[in-house]
Write a protein that binds this ligand. Structure first.
Ligand SMILES: Nc1ncnc2c1ncn2[C@@H]1O[C@H](COP(=O)(O)OP(=O)(O)OP(=O)(O)O)[C@@H](O)[C@H]1O
Ligand SMILES: [Mg+2]
Length: 225
């Protein structure tokens, strides 16, 4: 469903040139549960931005669900981001003074779904992440793990083909890290394709395949039995 081939990304700042990705290739099938690991500066966020259609590579090929992403216009990239990818960020990115339900429903407002449909689907995905009894809570009335579960529910609202999470447990204590990984495992068991960027071994060990980046290159790509 997703294939990158010989991706490179070079940043030019004045006369300083940084090669952030240097010939990265892999394929991810529907239903996989993958973590991308690597030390600071290894190119993880750069890769996540390319996979998430937030940025384009300097060279190489990216095919998502049969579509060539690397050659797309900004409008086409925006469309891919809205329809194909559910984003989860380290800082949750929830709207304050806005209930869990409304936070989750928001992407569906932009997509033009009816109010009835939005509320129904928001309740459904909030229930899927175990927050049925918190739908009217504001973000400041939720724990960090619960906030991240709202963000995961929001990422599911548009029925994306991939969930892409950048350091989703980076702000959480260990117990809540496991709570979030439990949710991702459950969603994966239900058929969702999940890619998690992390530098935490405890997070990577809960996924089924670990891709390790070092200096912009793949050092290891290991599938677990
Ligand atoms: N906008 C940019 N302009 C110039 N250089 C950049 C830019 N973004 C990233 N880089 C450089 O590209 C390399 C890879 O950065 P990237 O942010 O992808 O690493 P990372 O693996 O996500 O690191 P971390 O774990 O610290 O988040 C680094 O050397 C970084 O300094
Ligand atoms: Mg990063």
């Amino acid at each position: 469903m997703l294939k990158i081939e010989n991706i490179t990304k070079t940043y030019n700042n004045g006369d300083v040139k940084t090669v952030a990705l240097d010939g990265v290739s892999f394929e991810i099938e529907h239903g996989e549960f993958v973590s991308i690991m690597g030390p600071s500066g290894s190119g993880k966020s750069t890769l996540m931005h390319i996979l998430g259609a937030l940025d384009v590579p300097t060279s190489g090929k990216y095919v998502l669900n049969g579509k060539n992403v690397e050659a797309m216009s900004d409008d086409e990239l925006a469309d891919i981001r809205n329809k194909e990818i559910g984003f989860v960020f380290q800082a949750y990115n929830l709207l304050a003074r806005t209930s869990a339900l409304k936070n989750v429903a928001l992407p569906m407002v932009y997509a033009g779904l009816s109010k009835k449909e939005r509320v129904e689907r928001a309740k459904e995905v909030l229930e899927a992440v175990g927050l049925k009894d918190k739908i009217n809570n504001m973000p400041n009335q939720l724990s960090g793990g619960q906030k991240q579960r709202v963000a995961i529910a929001r990422s599911l609202s548009m029925k994306p083909s991939i969930i892409l999470a950048d350091e989703p447990t980076g702000n959480l204590p260990t117990s809540q890290t496991h709570e979030i990984m439990d949710i991702f495992s459950k969603l994966n068991n239900e058929g969702h394709t999940i890619i998690i960027i992390t530098h935490e071994e405890a997070v990577a060990s809960r996924t089924k395949r670990v891709i390790t980046l070092v200096d912009g290159k793949i050092q290891k790509d290991e599938e677990k039995k």
